[in-house]
Write a new protein. Structure first.
Length: 273
């Protein structure tokens, strides 16, 4: 699946919370919008992009598929009621007030969930992503071992993400858990795009997920390329990474934006307890 050419550029500079870019993205069918989960400016950016695109479907990493079915056009306007309906406080995700504007930015959009149940994530750590994903694993490349250099890089990232606090023998399993989540998001994006095709001549889907899932090289975009490899009508995709303060030169995204980091505790303190 080729990347989209000729899109109007995103604003790839440091932005303030009250000056969120609202880029126009044209020509793609599936848009993967990354985030740092607790950064409110990232969510405001996502909401503005969704309002601009007017997608027919939105996929949320934060919602399990059956929970996502609870969202309707009528019940998404009241933040408190929707938060309770989704059992958000039990989910472990950051404050719902940051996510709610995304739901209302495209009020007619169908909502799809891609969260993987905790028990399945644990199984992926010990058994591998392919075993947990089931019969469709090959459609998203889960039946194939990762190239050695990619596997090494991903293990290194898991080590860093967990503050060098995890046992070394657990890290490959954490990579498998990430692969499972990527595949669940890609599968939901495929289903959401089929819905969008059924209701519109200009189908568009937005995927809301962490930056790691939005990576072009091995995240959801890569799995979509695998799934649609031999499909002449495959949708183009566009992946946005959202960073804090600076943007790496080699950021593996179609484009990237940046915003100030919010005040937060050192996440590594949790591993020191």
């Amino acid at each position: 699946m080729a990347l989209v050419c000729g899109l109007l550029p995103l604003i790839a500079s440091v932005v303030q919370a009250d000056d969120v870019p609202a880029p126009r993205l044209e020509g793609a069918g599936i848009f993967i919008l990354g985030e740092v989960h607790d950064n409110p400016t990232h969510h405001a950016t996502q909401a503005k992009i969704v309002a601009d695109l007017k997608p027919q479907a939105i996929v949320f990493e934060m919602l399990e598929p059956d929970v996502a079915l609870r969202v309707t056009t009528e019940n998404r306007t009241n933040a408190a009621e929707l938060e309770a309906l989704l059992d958000w406080n039990e989910s472990g995700w950051p404050d719902f007030s940051m996510y709610h504007p995304i739901f209302t930015a495209a009020p007619e959009a169908a909502i799809f969930g891609a969260a993987v149940p905790r028990d399945d994530v644990r199984r992926a750590v010990s058994e591998g992503a392919s075993a947990v994903f089931g019969g469709a694993a090959s459609l998203f490349g889960l039946d194939q071992a990762l190239p050695e250099d990619e596997h090494t890089q991903r293990v290194d990232l898991q080590r860093e993400a967990h503050c060098n606090a995890l046992p070394e023998d657990l890290l490959p399993g954490m990579v498998e858990a990430q692969r499972l989540r990527d595949a669940a998001l890609a599968r939901a994006a495929v289903a959401a795009y089929a819905h969008a095709q059924a209701v519109s001549d200009e189908p568009k889907v937005v995927v809301i997920a962490g930056n790691g899932h939005a990576r072009e090289d091995w995240g959801v975009p890569a799995l979509l390329r695998t799934y649609y490899a031999n499909n002449a009508e495959a949708p183009n995709h566009y992946a946005v990474g959202q960073f804090e303060d600076t943007i790496p030169e080699d950021a593996p995204y179609s484009n990237s934006v940046s915003a100030p980091a919010p005040e937060r505790e050192d996440p590594c303190l949790a591993f020191a307890k």
